[in-house]
Design a protein around this ligand. Structure first.
Ligand code: DHB
Ligand code: FE
Length: 309
């Protein structure tokens, strides 16, 4: 084909009609976006000589992706959720905002309204053999001023990499809590050391990743939302140092500043003092929030979440 078919008058007219550009009603910006998407699909079909059979295979794939509830899994796997963070970081930078704990992706496994505790909580409810992990830190604002009454909403996987609610073998709210910071802005919790997450091996996300020579593994991590009145909501994660996938995360969420040191404790007196009989781990991680201001892009992301029944 000498000339691009997409560029012909016939196809250009088709695309204008597809996007409603020849109609008065409707949203102008959405029309332009639909026009771009449809145009790029035509260009891809042309450039890669996509056959009808291949095209309908892709349609089936997208259908299965939705049926398996894995759209929210593939999006970060394709780097798009990280790109949204890159855009938000850049908008904040241009608005003159600097400092604070780095954001990183939320991922698809958050559940709203986890039990609320004051100051401290224990997250592991289900009996599992694993390393006890104690996490503590302080929420501060710019300049290090403590933020009492902040809500630290934390969720993470169990030792098998599964999340309660999505993994029916776990009890409701296992490894999920909201913790309100104390008068000094401090929070702390006891839990078990999570394992990294792997995409469901037979699911459509892993299917595509495998087809392009990629794995679907995440390093062990702990998710957080940190919120307080007058401050910008922070969406972030900490990664567990030493994990094989620390810098090879299929969801591209690892960032400098989000890899705290993990301290291992095997001194018998310390073990006893914690009421344990095995070595344990501790992490200290402080969150620094930025002040909210009307000039800044919206930090609260409106996103549909599963709700526990
Ligand atoms: C993804 C993110 C997670 O935090 C997780 O545990 C699993 C998957 C994701 O981005 O797809
Ligand atoms: Fe996760």
């Amino acid at each position: 084909m000498a000339e691009s078919l997409t560029d012909t008058k016939q196809v250009q007219e088709l695309l204008n009609r597809v996007a409603g550009l020849d109609q008065r009603g409707g949203d102008e910006r959405l029309k332009r976006i639909v026009h771009r998407v449809a145009t790029e699909m035509c260009r891809i079909i042309e450039e890669f000589d996509v056959t009808p059979t291949e095209f309908w295979t892709a349609v089936s794939y997208v259908t299965r992706l939705g049926q398996a509830n894995e759209v929210g899994l593939l999006v970060p796997g394709l780097g798009i959720e990280t790109f949204l963070d890159v855009v938000m970081d850049e908008k904040e930078r241009r608005a003159g905002l600097e400092g604070g704990t780095p954001r990183t992706i939320e991922g698809p496994l958050y559940i709203t309204d986890a039990p609320l505790a004051k100051g401290e909580a224990r997250l592991d409810q289900d009996p599992e053999r694993g390393e006890a992990l104690f996490v503590e830190g302080q929420v501060t604002g710019p300049g290090g001023k403590p933020v009492p009454g902040a809500i630290v909403d934390v969720w993470h996987a169990n030792t098998k990499g599964g999340y309660s609610f999505f993994d029916p073998s776990q009890s409701p709210w296992n490894l999920r809590r909201r913790i309100e910071t104390d008068a000094e802005g401090r929070y702390r919790f006891r839990t078990i050391m999570p394992s990294g997450y792997g995409c469901p091996p037979d699911g459509p996300t892993q299917h595509l990743l495998s087809a392009i020579g990629r794995h679907g593994q995440r390093p062990a991590h702990v998710h957080f939302f940190v919120e307080a009145p007058g401050f910008r909501k922070l969406t972030t994660q900490i990664n567990i140092a030493g994990d094989k996938y620390l810098h090879d995360d299929f969801a591209f969420a690892t960032r400098d500043g989000l890899i705290p040191e993990v301290e291992r404790h095997d001194d018998p007196a310390e073990i006893k003092a914690r009421g344990l009989n095995e070595p344990f781990a501790t992490i200290r991680f402080d969150f620094q929030l930025n002040r909210e201001a009307a000039s800044l892009p919206e930090a609260v992301v409106v996103r549909e979440h599963a709700k526990a029944a």
